[in-house]
Design a protein around this ligand. Structure first.
Ligand SMILES: *Cc1c(COP(=O)(O)O)cnc(C)c1O
Length: 393
């Protein structure tokens, strides 16, 4: 008889054989463009810490000071005894910054989706999702008993078709999309989605984890489109451009009150450590008072993408600091990443199935506000050379 846990090793062997396993690197410094990884000084082109806020002195100081004053942990889930004054201050500050009525600080961006989506829609409702939405949205949708519709990535004709086919059949209809798509770096046509939603009386939820701090002068993709007040639910992450950790829900006062009464991840999981909340408050302050970080990020993004395109790389439909270099099969993406790391000391993560379709395997480059022109040119030179050797270009 097979041992009860025998499948574990077998599955890992299969993943390795098909080049679908992860090589876990060890980060031995703070997360920054010149970082130490696996014993080497590398140029890091694969962090979500777009603005360098995880090492911003004001943000670190806020975290340390609050930790000394408030202690290491919040002590409980927010509804029991864990909601600090800092949390309230953060939620009010973020609401003002994002020009919404109210916000809620949640554990993570993932927890926003898995906790809130199943409360918004249930039996008798319909949830319609972009085919390339983030895995945490997919998991949130899996937790609902609602009917489900999927539309091809950013395809508004298909979205309209799903809405038409289902007209009058459901109580609540919810359209969900990533704001910035995490693997392709393109953005959702939110203006068109909102227009269709208004026509069919549907709710709109945008998961803007990669857009917060990046799009719309840092206010996110909804602000980028000037759609404040027209998107019912905005989900965000504080672990990416904000450089800390956490998730956010932004929208109407009714939405926020609904969310903290019903979202199971909010109700059943420990509140943020006070130091982390203080760091998030400081991150909003820095976004407002030091606009140069977002500007630098976009200058680097525009330069790097233009150079990659002119070298003949396939960067898909990237419109943001997420710039994929699509290589094709998983083996070539893994090989490209391995050579860059081992021979050139450049750290870029290969992305393969199930994060993307197998034939769209890629290196996912992410820009950073603190990368210099010299850093970018060094990376471009190496990427060009290896791309030619591997016949990617
Ligand atoms: C990163 C990401 C999440 C998860 O956010 P965390 O705060 O890291 O849990 C959710 N949705 C999207 C679209 C993301 O890119």
């Amino acid at each position: 008889m097979a041992k009860a846990d025998e499948f574990l090793g077998k599955e890992v062997s299969r993943l390795k054989k098909e080049h679908l396993n992860w090589t876990l690197r060890e980060l031995q410094s703070s997360s920054k463009p010149h970082a130490k990884v696996d014993g080497k000084d590398v140029l890091m082109l694969c962090t979500n810490n777009y603005l360098g806020f995880s090492t911003h002195p004001k943000i670190i100081k806020a975290m340390v000071d609050a930790t000394e004053k408030w202690g290491a942990g919040a002590g409980a889930v927010p509804v029991l005894s864990g909601r600090t004054s800092l949390q309230i201050e953060f939620e009010e500050k973020l609401a003002k910054f994002k020009e919404v009525e109210a916000t809620l600080l949640c554990q993570t961006g993932f927890a926003v989706n898995s906790g809130l989506i199943p409360q918004i829609v249930g039996q008798g409702d319909l949830v319609i999702s972009d085919q390339l939405n983030h895995g945490s949205i997919i998991d949130g949708v899996r937790l609902t008993k609602a009917d489900r519709g999927i539309y091809a990535h950013n395809d508004m004709n298909e979205l309209e078709k799903v809405l038409k086919e289902n007209k009058g059949k459901h109580k609540t209809t919810l359209i969900i999309t990533d704001g910035v798509f995490s693997m392709d770096g393109d953005i959702a046509p939110l203006d068109e989605i909102v227009k269709l939603a208004e026509e069919f009386n549907a709710m709109v939820m945008v998961d803007d984890c990669h857009g917060e701090g990046v799009m719309g002068k840092g206010k996110g993709v909804v602000a980028h489109f000037g759609l404040q007040g027209k998107v019912h639910i905005e989900g965000g992450s504080l672990g990416k451009a904000f450089g800390v950790m956490g998730g956010t829900i932004a929208g109407s006062k009714d939405l926020i009150e609904f969310a903290y009464n019903k979202s199971r991840t909010w109700l059943l999981s420990t509140a943020h450590p006070p130091g982390m909340v203080a760091a998030c408050i400081a991150a909003v302050d820095v976004l407002e008072s030091e606009p140069e970080h977002v500007e630098n990020l976009w200058n680097n993004t525009n330069y790097f993408k233009k150079q990659l395109d002119s070298l003949g790389f396939n960067t898909g439909n990237s419109q943001t600091p997420i710039i994929p270099i699509i290589t094709g099969d998983p083996g070539s993406a893994q090989e490209f990443g391995k050579i860059l790391m081992e021979k050139e000391n450049i750290f870029v993560t290969p992305i393969v199935y199930p994060m993307v379709a197998k034939e769209l395997s890629r290196l996912r480059v992410q820009m950073h506000a603190l990368l210099t022109r010299e850093d970018l040119d060094k990376a471009l030179e190496a990427i060009e050379r290896i791309g030619k050797k591997l016949k990617v270009i």
